[in-house]
Design a binder for this molecule. Structure first.
Ligand code: ATP
Length: 675
């Protein structure tokens, strides 16, 4: 924290108490962060800046945090950045008076639109000095750009971007900048453009901002009594904010509460609430039942069916409950019993997709049940055969504006956990208690709502039979979960050791399938000449905020899929690789076209190997720049419930590779003993 020896007042001298936070002040901090890769320094820069916001303009704290995490609103509000390159280039050209050809040329040369904007702005003669940008103004402007819809939306987006860019760098516009040396410095235009692209590329993880906020807040509070926090105070503040945020991941709710009650009193004032979706708990893959038994040795655990549908979190507050929903979503389910919301794995609002679920929900809620948050899987249901249908059936449902009367694919909700019940968060209770509470609070209705099937056995033969039964009934395998003690609590957003997934089809293979981002493609040959014939895929490295290539893939695609992919992907072609793509520089390794990072695909592989051509997890496996790559990758399906930064991480790929290597070395090829 103190490593920087900077005084908060030195950070941005022009900003006076009570004045809106100047956007240039944030950019100065961004620029300092960009210049270092040391995590502690990055955190100190963030924290110093936030202390200044707290001291001078606390009313802007929440907006400041949102711009730092590069989001305009909570995920359930559905406001997306990620504006395409062509619109941004048009706006840069029109706002700086440079021709589009010049801008495109610069982009080809520099490869970072943010720097292209900074350079263009610095070349622009300044007739008059526009009013400096403020954080609140930039947030408002970006919100307008992101939410404009309907006829002429593209044009209005360009106008919105132009407006921001014309006001950017009012102090420095017209002054030459050295792109090479200072990377465009704290240029506002640079960060506006990167924010619009949806990637700040500062190596600034959201977790770091959360910790920096906790530190800044405790510094601020204690300094008002003339004190400085000790390491213990900092750690306490950090742990409080992390735990509150994991239950209530909404700066909109937390920041005002923190400013009102102080960080140390947050737990009493901010806890899990219906209306704010939690990040779901995730499971670790396992390769064999024996691995499960090793992991849970001596502990009681349960094996549940792993249903193959879509994760859903259902929130409900009855009219006669002592509370209301913490936030409102526009299409919430409303009945004479109460209000209900349904959220995706990514905390997106699914109420326009599942009005049928929200409509029926009151019939499964027992009379005494007044408020809850359920963790479930929605699965396509065959009404005639009375059984679950494959995931592909669920995919055929419309994603938005579904009308109940038009629903063709019925869904059944399989509830497997309850995180909140009748005014009380349950996440810290043992799973056995949560499961009892779940079963007590609802009434199953065939084909509409039921509980995940399970068996609390630790007998290897019984687990084997359950696994086979689950697959026969159309499930993917089992989810094995710890039942008692602290270890069995619900860990939001964690991929936990206490939840293990056992999928039948990876018992003999390399482990879980991978979810990878499509970065480029190769033109097809022979029968595939009209489409792309193969694609370049990458994993995501959250600590560097980069996509690292992992394989080329050309198997698993039907002709119909190739045609659809060609239509989809040709719309997001870009002139060259983004600067946050890491791939071999060899000429023959380059794809014919590059894409914006948008689509995530599920892919299976035979095994993993090292290759100089790809860069996945190269740092983690430290093998002289070689990356981990997939052998014989096969396309399974699109994962449109995942965003690119939720793709498989480099760390996970490194772990898979290392696991495979150790198995190969100690036991020969990785064949599962149980099958
Ligand atoms: P991950 O979510 O782990 O990144 P993924 O989205 O590909 O990967 P899987 O690896 O297939 O999902 O497994 C986890 C998912 O299984 C959960 O997110 C949930 O949607 C689903 N699921 C089905 N049945 C259960 C169950 N009984 N308990 C928990 N999750 C279940």
């Amino acid at each position: 924290q103190t490593t920087l020896k900077a005084k908060t007042k030195d950070l941005y001298p022009d900003w006076k108490p009570g004045e809106p936070v100047p956007y240039a002040a944030l950019c100065t901090t961004f620029s300092k962060i960009e210049m270092t890769s040391k995590r502690l320094e990055i955190m100190a820069h963030c924290s110093l800046f936030l202390r200044q916001v707290l001291r001078l303009t606390p009313t802007d704290l929440q907006t400041t945090i949102m711009l730092m995490i590069n989001k305009l609103a909570a995920d359930y509000a559905g406001v997306e950045l990620g504006i395409g390159e062509s619109l941004i280039m048009k706006a840069i050209s029109e706002s700086t008076g440079r021709s589009l050809a010049h801008i495109k040329n610069d982009q080809k040369e520099i490869g970072d639109l943010g720097l292209v904007a900074a350079k263009s702005r610095s070349k622009q003669p300044t007739m008059f000095k526009p009013k400096p940008l403020t954080i609140a103004g930039v947030h408002r402007g970006l919100m307008g750009i992101a939410t404009v819809e309907g006829q002429g939306a593209q044009g209005r987006k360009v106008d919105g971007i132009k407006k921001l860019l014309s006001a950017a760098d009012s102090r420095t516009a017209g002054k030459a900048i050295d792109i090479e040396k200072d990377k465009g410095g704290p240029s506002e235009a640079k960060y506006i453009v990167r924010t619009l692209e949806g990637k700040l590329r500062l190596g600034l993880a959201e977790k770091t901002i959360l910790v920096a906020l906790a530190h800044a807040m405790i510094y601020h509070e204690m300094s008002q009594n003339g004190k400085t926090p000790s390491t213990t105070d900092l750690a306490k503040a950090e742990s409080i904010l992390k735990s509150v945020y994991s239950e209530l991941p909404s700066y909109e709710v937390i920041v005002p509460a923190m400013l009102e009650h102080g960080i140390l009193n947050l737990p009493e004032n901010c806890a899990l609430q219906p209306g704010v979706p939690l990040k779901p708990m995730l499971a670790k893959p396992t390769k064999s039942i024996t691995e499960v038994l090793d992991r849970f040795e001596g502990k009681d655990f349960t094996c549940e069916y792993k249903y193959d549908g879509e994760r859903a979190q259902i929130h409900f507050v009855a009219h006669d409950a002592d509370m209301t929903m913490a936030t409102e979503v526009p299409n919430a389910g409303k009945s004479d019993r109460g209000v209900s919301n349904i959220f995706s794995r990514n905390s997106e609002d699914l109420s326009r997709k599942y009005p049928d679920i929200l409509g029926r929900l009151p019939t499964w809620v027992k009379q005494g049940t007044k408020s809850f948050v359920l963790d479930c899987e929605t699965v396509a249901w065959d009404k005639v055969e009375k059984k679950v249908l494959p995931f592909q059936q669920l995919m055929t449902r419309k994603k938005k504006d579904v009308k109940i009367e038009d629903v063709k694919v019925q869904v059944c909700v399989f509830a497997f956990d309850i995180l909140y019940l009748n005014g009380e968060p349950l996440v810290n209770k043992p799973f056995r208690e949560r499961r009892d509470a779940l079963h007590d609070a609802f009434v199953p209705v065939e084909g509409e709502f039921t509980f995940a099937k399970y068996d609390d056995t630790n007998d290897i033969d019984e687990i084997q039979i359950l696994l086979e039964d689950s697959v026969k009934s159309g499930c993917e395998g089992l989810m094995v979960k710890m039942l008692d003690g602290k270890e069995s609590s619900y860990e939001p957003s964690k991929r936990s050791q206490n939840w293990l997934k056992v999928k039948k089809d990876y018992l003999a293979g390399v482990g879980d399938s991978l979810d990878l981002v499509v970065l480029g493609a190769y033109h097809g040959k022979g029968k595939r000449t009209s489409w792309y014939g193969a694609f370049l895929l990458a994993c995501y490295n959250p600590s560097t905020d980069k996509y690292e290539t992992v394989c080329n893939i050309g198997t698993g695609f039907s002709e119909a899929i190739l045609e659809t992919l060609h239509q989809q992907l040709s719309q997001i072609v870009i002139d060259r690789a983004k600067p946050f793509y890491t791939h071999s520089s060899g000429n023959k390794d380059q794809p014919d076209v590059w894409f914006e990072p948008k689509h995530v695909w599920e892919v299976k592989t035979a095994d993993l190997t090292l290759s100089p051509r790809y860069k996945a997890a190269a740092d983690e496996v430290s093998s002289g720049g070689k990356g981990v790559s997939l052998r014989f990758p096969r396309f399974i399906k699109e994962r449109d419930d995942k965003k690119p930064d939720q793709a498989s991480s480099s760390k996970m790929i490194a772990e898979m590779y290392q696991k495979q290597e150790s198995v190969t070395k100690t036991k020969g090829p990785s064949v599962d003993d149980d099958f």
